[in-house]
Structure formats: C-alpha cells, structure tokens
Design a protein around this ligand. Structure first.
Ligand SMILES: [Zn+2]
Length: 435
C-alpha cells in the first residue's frame, strides 16, 4: 500500500515522500548463514511476508542451515523463490559465524531507530525497535525491542497494542525490555496483555509498594506460580536493581529518575504514584528522547511558573545538556499537572508527543489546552503529535478513543522522520495551531 509519509529533518525542513508499508529497514548484511534453532520442536514456518498472518509456504526443520539477506523487526528474510519472498521469525534463527569484532562506530544511513507511540486510548503504550544489522552478538545494532507501558486494556479483544505488535511480530517473539513506568492501570494493564503473548526478557518498574490488587496480580504472573510459568526472565524492581540498560552500544539509555525509595516531596494518592514514574532518556546520534511516564510538575491549581515534583527533581539533578532533548513524551498525558514553565524551558523540545484518550476525569479531559499552549508560547515551531488526535471532534467515548492515532518517529542519528496517523490514516501536523 502506498501512502504519504511526513518527513521531518533536524533542520526543520518538511518533505512529503512516497513510501511503502510496512517500513522495512534493509540491513547491510548480505547472505549471512544461520541455522534453525535446534530446540524447535518440529519445524519453523517460512512465510511470504514478515507477518504471522502471512501464508506459510514451507516448514523448515530444526538444524537446517539457511541464508539471511536482511532483517526487519521480528523477522529475517531468506532468499526468494521466483518472485515469492520468504521470511522466518527471528526468534528461531541462530547465526553460525561468530560476530566479527567491531571496527567502526559509524552510523549507517539505513540504521533507523524506531519509536512507535501506539494509540492505546487513555494511557501510554510505546514500542522502541533498534536497528538490526543481522550480525548478532557483537552488542551493536541488535534489533532490540523495548516496550514502555501497555495502555489501560487488559483483554486480548480490547487492547490495541496487542494487534499492533502481533501484526509486526510472531507468536512468542521477544520483548527485550518491558518497562512499566508506574503502578497505574492505564500503564500496566495492557502490559499484562503483552506478557501473555510475548517472551519478556527483562521487566522494570519503580519498585513502589503499590497494594493495588491488579498490579499485585500482574507481578505474580510475571514471577510465575506453582501452576503457571514465569512470564519474565528477569524482574528488576527499583532503580537499585536496574543495572545498566544496554540495548546496543549505538544507543545511550538512561533512567533519569524513578521512585527514590521514600515519598518525601512527591505528594499523596494518585499524585504520589505518578511521581514514582520511571523517566527515561534515549540518545541516538544527534537525536534524543525523554519519556516522562506520568511524572508531574505541580498541582492542578498551582501556577506553572514554579516546578515541583519530578520536573523540579530533573531540573536540579540532570545537566542542562542532558535535559534538552529533541522529542518529549509529555508527562501525565499532558495534564495541567505537568509541563511547568521552567521544565519546558529546560527541555526545549522540537517535538512533543501526547499519549491520551477521550476519558473524562470528573469532567476534565487531558491533555489540558493550557498545557499545550505553554509549549506553543515557548516556541511556536514545536510540533505536537497526539494519540487522541481529533477524538473530541469525532465525539468518541473513552472506549472508542483507541482509533489508530499512532505516531511513529524514526531517526538514523542525523535525520528524524515523523509519521502520524489519525484514525489509521496519514495525518499532518504543521504547527502548534493545528494541534
Ligand atoms: Zn497515566
């Protein structure tokens, strides 16, 4: 399917180009030998597209050697037969040749980092995919999959994040890192869904001792019980247990903040839980991302002139150059309790992403218009992208608002592209005014 993609370069020039869905990153390798994993019980299906729903043309037994031509998220391409492409799930393939030592730190122009802000309704759901150069094991361009939160819906039927990933992945595919920013239902419920369908390598959350029964049940399922196997290989609760976040040497990933182990100065009730959020920064080439979770900067009726809570902690503990990022995933769905003026000044983003849905909080919908206006007042050139794009205009309810307003951002370290959708169709945001 052809469609229009909005390209956004780091110097602010917009270009409209034609492209093809799904986005495929053509890796540099050519004809790498792999073998079908010996532990596969029977055989592995070879499909005509990189999708679990594509037709299977043959099933290849364990131990068979194959040639890999390129890699995309969750799939590797084998040589075509005639005009028919052949794809195999990445999880079932093992490289034969030991990885060559790294000789260069150059960033190939096709080495795209993808960040997908999935429209999960009123909540957060982010999938990050690092470039896969098809050379496994050398710690660089390893095709890692990182998920931050899963949205509010726990059932397979209602959670839009599940089909979003399943369309691109295969059964049992690996999520290298699942991060639940804090113990609120609009962040962990959908993560629970994903944990039932994918292999979770490492799970991270703030370690805040929430007694919410749903959250406790989620943790139990990750750990496993006498009757159910563990859903996560490693569980890291609290920053002291996070270790280094190593998703490839080409990417710098840091937790800038999470619950410090006491509640002093973090508010109470829901405010406190929001202010336990894991705040993460990614840097890739010339571009950087700040993921705020639901970290807040003030109480609703406070002036935005003064920062408190997580925003104030970041301002005082993180260097100015670290806090100044290209892309900001706005805190707390763009609520008036986020985005104080000192924080906006410090972060100075080029792009703001709002993850929200059309849910009424005692008559208030978020993001608040006042919050977004503060970004536009700071810099009218800021682009604001929303996963609740036009949900109000369209008259959607909370349950209807996950309607395909996805935001996909890609960078190869020098060029940044934003691909936005509204109701599943390509959508262009040109200015603060149109957001
Ligand atoms: Zn939330």
């Amino acid at each position: 399917m052809l469609y229009r993609r909005l390209r956004y370069s780091s110097c602010g020039v917009f270009l409209l180009v034609l492209s093809i869905l799904p986005f495929t990153e053509v890796s540099g390798q050519n004809g790498q030998p792999y073998v079908v994993r010996e532990t596969v019980s029977d055989c592995v299906n070879v499909r005509t597209r990189p999708s679990a729903s594509a037709d299977s043309v043959v099933c290849i037994p364990a131990g068979t050697q194959v040639t890999v031509l390129e890699s995309v998220p969750y799939w590797r391409r084998l040589p075509s037969v005639g005009s028919q492409q052949r794809w195999m799930a990445k999880k079932f393939l093992v490289p034969i040749i030991p990885p060559a030592p790294l000789t260069s730190t150059a960033m190939p122009a096709d080495a795209w980092l993808e960040v997908h802000f999935v429209d999960v309704g009123q909540g957060d759901g982010i999938w990050i995919h690092t470039h896969d150069d098809g050379i496994d094991g050398n710690g660089r361009f390893e095709g890692r999959n990182i998920v931050i939160d899963g949205g509010p819906y726990s059932s397979d039927r209602t959670n839009p994040f599940l089909p979003y990933l399943e369309d691109r992945a295969h059964h049992g595919a690996i999520i290298d890192a699942l991060i639940v920013t804090h113990a609120h239902t609009d962040h962990y419920r959908g993560a629970e869904t994903l944990s039932r369908h994918f292999t979770i390598q490492d799970y991270y959350d703030p370690g805040f001792p929430s007694t919410a029964s749903g959250y406790q049940a989620f943790l139990t399922s990750l750990r496993g019980t006498d009757t159910d196997p563990a859903r996560a290989q490693n569980i890291h609760l609290g920053q002291g247990n996070f270790g280094n976040l190593d998703w490839g040497s080409e990417l710098t990933a840091e937790v800038l903040y999470t619950w410090p182990g006491n509640n002093t100065g973090l508010g109470s009730g829901n405010t406190l839980v929001n202010n336990t959020s894991i705040v993460m920064r990614l840097e890739y080439g010339n571009h950087s991302f700040l993921f705020m979770g639901d970290g807040e900067g003030k109480d609703r009726n406070d002036s935005p002139a003064t920062a408190r809570y997580v925003e104030q902690i970041l301002i005082t503990t993180v260097s100015a150059t670290q806090l100044d990022v290209t892309v900001l995933k706005i805190g707390h769905h763009g609520s008036e309790t986020s985005s104080t003026l000192p924080f906006i000044q410090a972060v100075d983003p080029e792009i703001v992403v709002v993850q929200s849905g059309r849910k009424s909080f005692n008559g208030t919908f978020i993001p608040d218009a006042t919050t977004l206006q503060r970004y536009c007042d700071h810099n009218a050139a800021i682009r604001i992208y929303r996963t609740d794009q036009n949900d109000e205009v369209d008259g959607l309810s909370a349950a209807e608002s996950p309607d395909g307003d996805h935001i996909v951002i890609r960078t190869n370290g020098t060029t940044l592209q934003v691909e936005a959708f509204e109701g599943g169709q390509p959508f262009t945001v040109n200015s603060c005014q149109s957001s």
